[in-house]
Design a protein around this ligand. Structure first.
Ligand SMILES: *Cc1c(COP(=O)(O)O)cnc(C)c1O
Length: 219
């Protein structure tokens, strides 16, 4: 990657951080979504000072981060894509935060994997706020029961909620619903907002925004 190209990635990051600081105080944590990005862009983002990254596939995340992890002890890796129960061991070994818990069976598999690995990543529950049949996430109505299983039965460290609003609807009402659900259950973390709507999400109280394209350029 040329110097000019990495300077422009660093500048994009600065601009987004400034925009987030304008939108909310304290601003949400910027989660840089590095899925499908080439090594040189990931290295440029690290050089710019970015330390929190999101990935949506376990295998790709291993390829991106298994070695870099040793070089950057202050790295924080988050899983933001759907997780299958047969990948929980790998996910628990690599990630610091798993944002996509959405069913009892996965809560139990995660608890088992964490006990075996003696590693306890924190967890967010993904809520399907638009109740879209093709989308992952527990329904708003199912959240209370899943939380109970995750916390009381499995002892998971549930820190917050995550959502991906339907693409064809205004995001505001979905962000408001997620914030309301989090308040109702006493959860602090709110992972919401992507490239197109992170400033809006910040105004609705997001604690974490997941940004790929606006930061790295098109995938
Ligand atoms: C890819 C992805 C993002 C980032 O999307 P952009 O529109 O590129 O910012 C955020 N969240 C999840 C769950 C994703 O899969």
């Amino acid at each position: 990657m040329t110097d000019t190209a990495s300077i422009s990635l660093a500048k994009r990051r600065d601009d987004i951080l400034a925009e987030l600081a304008q939108a909310a105080s304290p601003p949400p944590c910027l989660v840089a979504v590095s899925k499908t990005q080439p090594d040189e862009k990931i290295d440029a983002m690290l050089a710019a000072g970015q330390r929190v990254f999101g990935e949506n596939r376990v295998q790709e995340a291993q390829a991106h981060w298994a070695e870099r992890r040793a070089e950057y002890p202050d790295l924080e890796l988050r899983l933001i894509g759907p997780l299958q129960t047969n990948k929980t061991d790998d996910a628990v070994a690599l990630f610091d935060v798993i944002e996509t818990l959405d069913r009892d069976k996965l809560a139990r598999a995660l608890a088992k994997a964490m006990t075996a690995a003696r590693r306890h990543p924190s967890v967010y529950i993904q809520v399907n706020t638009g109740e879209e049949p093709q989308k992952a996430g527990v329904t708003p109505d199912g959240l209370a029961a899943l939380l109970k299983v995750a916390v009381e039965e499995c002892g998971l460290d549930v820190q917050g909620l995550m959502c991906i609003p339907p693409v064809d609807e205004p995001a505001g009402p979905h962000f408001a619903l997620l914030a309301k659900l989090a308040r109702r259950h006493g959860l602090k973390g709110l992972s919401m907002g992507m490239s197109g709507d992170y400033a809006l999400a910040a105004r609705f109280g997001a604690t974490d925004v997941r940004i790929g394209t606006a930061l790295f350029g098109a995938r």
